[in-house]
Design a binder for this molecule. Structure first.
Ligand code: PHE
Ligand code: ZN
Length: 882
């Protein structure tokens, strides 16, 4: 077991590196790197300490200190470190030559090749796989990189910063030199060399800088890069408008590669992307792909300020850049698209991914206090809950003070490696507020629950809302589950009259529609009310909490029909559905044609809703029609889960909605047909129309598989967009039979040369909620296009099964667990990061009923006992079983 790194043990580095000159000679198997490091003792470090540079799988070729060979015994070298025992106590220069093999680098960390393209990934600790270095984010240097490669294999040579020179380098070879004037930690280093197609444009910043922006993709796919290129320009403009942040180099490059462990990476001036988040055409990408591309392009670009100009002191501060940057990209998407619709999407992911994480064995605070393997902390908690904390800060302080705090943070921390304390200090200074209770959001794991009750006093004409917060006690490796302290929870709220319309009641403790609950229990009294109002609480999901609030069905219907907060209207429909679903699942009810009077009541309410406004906002209507997901229902039940019972409950309600709303849904499908020959647009309005048409198709098919199949088959054949084609195929995939199999086979054949489209096809089949899926997945693992070596393939086929197909992952015979464990072990030797992430599918194993639980535990134990586990997998399995 590797050792624990603790936040409490942070010490500044004993040495600093101010300047790095790299000379990289690219070669498929023997790439040579000469690093010239300008070092000096850190005044804040320990004088005379040995210099210990990090390394990983490196071969040392040569080393010199101030131009001289190092004497015998002066250094000690292992593949993991290089120690200089008595470094000079003045500035000095180390020149280190290493050799690496990019072609056998299957971990996709450090320098590797993807489809023949040389590329790098250095976050969190991949730079040490290129050269020996102080590979920690608080050591920041100015990098100059000379890249040399074969003209033929690597005509394009890209580095961080600005290009400064290029030329011949002997027969068949050439070089390029890149200089990045902004000091940066090594995790932001990148280079690319390969045959790539390019699309480019220019952007003039508000400071008057003329920036050349470009997106590089596989040659021949340039036509699919325009949307990403445009998203770069829109991101640049948005960050200027919204946060006053301008770009600071002369070039901004984005490169798409096919083999990538994550979504994308914000290397300074040279963002490297998983090609899934760059390439788009109407024929190959869905509306969801377009939305993701736009969001991730924005995310990586925004890191230029929140991450690069201000970076992290240590990896415990990861949320400082990730939570903040997710918040920023969410705001961008909300501004570019529909704010309420985007907010609902954000909350759905949070509830489906982060809430379970926070409730399971991998729970950790947004700022963890300890880790064994940092690569396992790129989690929904750090990213998504981290973003919610920033959003709460804005809700607490109001938009102007928030913006002023952001300005102060960027100005005071520019060029530094900062902490969460630095971030909060900027807002405390700007607002004059004490943020102590608020800061606990960073330190305490687990999802808080807020219980609410309301009482109306007719005689006094008052309405009292009582709030009580309770916080789970979460034991982590670092802390034995200390008693949690109350948080500052912003509750955006309003009162709605029983028949609709706002209520003009006041409480002086509500400011700008927000009440702050900052103790265990508190009550709010509204005066001057002639009737009991309906409270609309946590508007816009103003805090990442679970709300226990015994609203009646009629009150929820009032909110659905009349609340001015769109999020809470959607929430009201979700809560109505959730009640039905939980009751049926708990009772282990059989599959049926209808879900009782409550089901019928929901259908009636949705009918009224659709008649009134489906056409006015189709995207929102599609969300209102979408029932809570299986994971979310499981969370609501909490323990002794039977995933099959959950699926039956959900399917029954889908059937009922499809039946009761059928004629309306079919009419909506007709009303929303795109006019013949209308040009494709990926914009939110067009995407919303497609979303509602396809949600309608899905429900109609649930109720009438035969009629639905006919519609879906027609749509698969004639669709003008991948969105419509794939949605119809997904609907078909839920109806067993020959039509489905033929349609799947045809789709697989049509797109056999399109890896990213086949990924959708893999995923869709892996998510079929039927017992035959396990064998189907095993079969597809032998498909010519599948490879364990490519993370996108693994995520599409295997992770879709393990993370997004609850009934089959949790098969009662344990075979779903076995398949997952088997793949984790097969993958671990190649790519431990992806293996570890797949293993997180077991996160909910303690929540399932006893029989399944035993199988899950056995599978986990088998993984734990396998010899030679990576640190990544051994960390996840250890915490899962603890
Ligand atoms: N920093 C990247 C992002 O969120 C994520 C990432 C982490 C990518 C580690 C690769 C490796 O923008
Ligand atoms: Zn990020």
């Amino acid at each position: 077991m590797q050792t624990i790194v603790r936040l409490a043990d942070y010490r500044p580095s004993d040495y600093l590196i101010d300047r790095v000159d790299l000379d990289v000679r690219l070669h498929p198997t023997e790439t040579r790197i000469t690093a010239t490091l300008g070092l000096r003792p850190n005044p804040a470090g320990e004088p005379g300490a040995p210099l210990v540079l990090d390394g990983d799988e490196l071969t040392l070729v040569a080393i010199a200190l101030d131009g001289q060979p190092t004497g015998p015994g002066a250094i000690e070298v292992t593949p993991r470190s290089l120690t200089l025992h008595q470094p000079p106590q003045r500035p000095f220069v180390l020149e280190i030559e290493t050799q690496v093999n990019p072609s056998t680098n299957t971990k996709l960390m450090g320098l590797y090749r993807s489809n023949g393209v040389y590329c790098t990934q250095c976050e969190a600790d991949g730079f040490r796989r290129i050269t020996y270095f102080l590979d920690r984010p608080d050591v920041m240097a100015v990098f100059t990189t000379r890249i040399e490669g074969s003209r033929d294999a690597a005509p394009v040579l890209l580095g961080n910063g600005n290009p400064v020179a290029q030329g011949e380098a002997g027969p068949g070879r050439h070089y390029a030199i890149w200089h990045d004037p902004h000091p940066k930690p090594a995790y932001l280093f990148a280079l690319v060399g390969g045959r790539l197609g390019r699309v480019g444009s220019r952007f003039t910043t508000m400071e008057g800088r003329d920036v050349e922006i470009a997106v590089y993709v596989e040659p021949g796919k340039e036509g699919r890069a325009d949307f990403a290129l445009d998203a770069v320009a829109r991101s640049m403009a948005w960050d200027e408008r919204t946060f006053g942040r301008a770009y600071d180099l002369d070039v901004f490059n984005v490169v798409a590669v096919s083999d990538f462990n994550m979504g994308a990476m914000e290397n300074k001036g040279l963002n490297i992307f998983n090609d899934k988040y760059v390439l788009a055409s109407p024929e190959t990408a869905t509306d969801a792909d377009y939305a993701n591309i736009e969001a991730i392009i924005a995310h990586e670009y925004f890191h230029n300020w929140s991450g690069n100009r201000v970076t992290c002191r240590d990896w415990f501060q990861l949320c400082l850049k990730e939570g903040l940057t997710v918040f920023r990209d969410q705001e961008f998407s909300s501004d570019e698209r529909s704010r309420p619709v985007h907010r609902i999407a954000e909350v759905r992911t949070l509830r489906a991914r982060q809430f379970p994480e926070d409730a399971g064995p991998l729970a950790h605070p947004v700022r963890p206090q300890a880790y064994r393997e940092i690569n396992n902390f790129y989690t929904a908690t750090v990213y998504e809950k981290g973003a919610e904390i920033v959003r709460m800060l804005r809700t607490l302080l109001g938009p102007e003070t928030f913006r002023a705090g952001m300005d102060r943070y960027f100005t005071t921390c520019d060029g530094t490696a900062a902490t969460v304390e630095d971030f909060l200090a900027a807002f405390a200074a700007e607002s004059g507020r004490d943020l102590a209770a608020f800061s606990r959001w960073y330190a305490q794991a687990g999802t808080p629950t807020v219980a609410v009750s309301g009482t109306y006093d007719a005689a006094a004409r008052t309405y009292t809302l009582t709030f009580r917060q309770s916080l789970p006690v979460v034991a982590t490796e670092a802390a034995a589950g200390a008693a949690p302290q109350p948080l500052a929870i912003p509750i955006a709220l309003g009162l709605v009259a029983p028949g609709g319309g706002p209520v003009a009641a006041a409480s002086e403790r509500v400011r700008d529609g927000v009440f702050v609950l900052d103790r265990a229990e508190d009550a709010l009294v509204f005066t001057g009310l002639d009737a009991a109002p309906v409270p609309s609480l946590f508007r816009g999901f103003s805090a990442p909490v679970k709300v226990e609030h015994a609203l009646t069905r009629d009150e929820r219907l009032t909110l659905l029909a009349h609340d001015r907060d769109a999020f809470n209207r959607w929430q009201a429909a979700q809560s109505l559905a959730m009640e039905v679903l939980v009751v049926r699942a708990r009772a282990n009810a059989p599959l049926a044609e209808e879900a009782g009077t409550e089901g019928a009541g929901l259908a009636a309410a949705l009918a009224t809703f659709l008649d009134g406004e489906a056409l006015a906002d189709p995207a929102f209507a599609a969300l209102v029609l979408t029932l809570p997901g299986e994971q979310e229902i499981a969370q609501a039940i909490g323990a002794e889960i039977d995933p099959d019972a959950i699926w039956r409950a959900r399917q029954t309600l889908r059937v009922q909605l499809g039946r009761d709303l059928g004629p309306r849904l079919l009419a909506l499908r007709e009303a929303l047909v795109e006019p013949e020959g209308a040009p494709f647009s990926p914009d939110a309005a067009s995407a919303g129309r497609r979303a509602l048409r396809n949600a309608a198709l899905d429900l109609v098919t649930a109720a009438d598989p035969q009629a639905g199949t006919a519609l879906a088959l027609g749509q698969v054949e004639n669709a003008a967009t991948m969105t419509d084609r794939l949605a119809a195929l997904a609907t078909l995939s839920l109806v067993p039979g020959a039509a489905r199999e033929a349609a799947l086979a045809r789709f697989g054949e049509t797109y056999r040369g399109e890896a990213l489209v086949l990924d959708k096809w893999f995923a869709l089949q892996a998510m079929i909620p039927e017992a035959g899926t396990l064998e189907r997945v095993r079969g597809l693992m032998h498909h010519a296009a599948f490879s364990l070596g490519n993370p996108n393939r693994v995520r599409s086929l295997i992770a879709s099964f393990s993370l997004n197909n609850p009934t089959q992952f949790h098969r009662p015979d344990g075979a779903g667990y076995d398949l997952t464990a088997e793949v984790v072990l097969a993958l671990d030797g190649k790519n431990p990061q992806v293996a570890a992430r797949l293993l997180t599918a077991f996160n909910t194993w303690r929540m399932v009923e006893g029989g399944r639980r035993l199988h899950a535990e056995a599978a986990l134990r088998r993984v734990a006992q396998a010899p030679g586990l990576s640190p990544d997998v051994s960390d996840i399995v250890g915490r899962s079983l603890a």
